[in-house]
Design a protein around this ligand. Structure first.
Ligand code: GRG
Length: 290
């Protein structure tokens, strides 16, 4: 089993515990539906890998990995709503609002977002001797997902839709909407290991490049991938969105993704041999086909 799969399995089994059926049944059912729908579990894996790289305790970090996946899933549920992207297919299955109706999908997204913070606070409470590190980890996730992070990117994405925006605006949207959650996951995992400022800086650089590569590859896949992606493809072009292939063409976009991957891998030299898993993930992100 690859390390990514191992971390995904670990996260999934804890997510099952956290989302075990209980009252109100409809709420837990609709939350679990979208979490269980699959997904690469990239953000949890990044968090756990960064934690391992810093010599952390996996059991201490696991609920943070689950929390970031819940926040990510909540954003996908809301992003798919008729008022935003109006998507009927996600992770190969009907989207939350198609199954539960729009009103319940709004609630499921809100609930997952709130529950994520409840779960992180619960984890912090179990480690009273390490609370400063837990607050820093939580803060990394809150900032990645929050008003200066994913929300900032999303608001600009929606505001500029259909307009003729430029490369700088495209970079702003991606950096915040996608990149900040990736960097937030990594830094949260590392914060639990009481890292040095240099370690945080090196990992931030890695996260920024990984986020960029992730987005370029996402844009490329929207053009090239078929039905196996499990989501609607060709939507970007149909919506007239500014994307890397639209701006630079496919070949140049691939080159930019390769360059970003090299920079990401180099940024981790600081950590020596322990960086190998995250360096491999960077290569996998570049080569991914879903
Ligand atoms: C309720 C938290 C919350 C947010 C509301 C809608 C919204 C604000 C934000 C949307 C942000 C968004 C959709 C960002 C794009 C994220 C992205 C690149 C998704 C695809 O990630 P993958 O490929 O998906 O990791 P899987 O399915 O593998 O997890």
């Amino acid at each position: 089993m690859t390390l990514l799969k191992e971390y995904a399995a670990l996260t999934d089994s804890r997510l099952e515990e956290l989302l075990a059926p209980r009252k109100p049944e409809l709420l837990f059912d609709s939350m679990a539906y979208s979490v269980r729908a699959g997904g690469k579990r990239l953000r949890p894996a990044l968090l756990l890998m960064a934690n391992a790289m810093g010599g952390g305790d996996r059991a201490e970090a696991l609920d943070y990995a689950c929390a970031i996946e819940m926040i990510h899933t909540s954003s996908l549920i809301h992003d798919d709503l008729p008022a935003i992207d109006n998507d009927c297919l996600r992770r190969g299955r009907p989207t939350n609002h198609v199954v539960y109706g729009e009103a319940q999908a709004v609630i499921a997204g809100d609930a997952l977002l709130n529950y994520a913070y409840e779960v992180m606070l619960g984890a912090a409470a179990r480690y009273p001797g390490h609370s400063a590190a837990h607050i820093r980890a939580m803060s990394r996730i809150a900032r990645g997902a929050g008003v200066g992070g994913m929300m900032a990117g999303q608001v600009q994405d929606v505001a500029l839709e259909g307009t003729d925006f430029d490369y700088e605006e495209l970079k702003y949207i991606h950096r915040h909407k996608t990149g900040d959650m990736i960097t937030g996951a990594l830094l949260a995992g590392l914060e639990l290991t009481d890292p040095s400022p240099d370690a945080l800086e090196a990992l931030t650089l890695y996260g920024e490049q990984l986020g960029l590569v992730f987005q370029i590859v996402d844009d490329i896949l929207d053009v090239t991938a078929g039905e196996e992606l499990g989501k609607t493809t060709g939507k970007d072009a149909a919506a007239g969105k500014v994307t890397y292939p639209a701006l630079f063409g496919l070949e140049k976009s691939r080159e930019l993704a390769r360059e970003g991957t090299e920079k990401a891998i180099d940024a981790l030299a600081f950590f020596g041999e322990g960086a190998r898993p995250l360096q491999e993930i960077a290569g996998m992100m570049l080569a991914r086909n879903k």
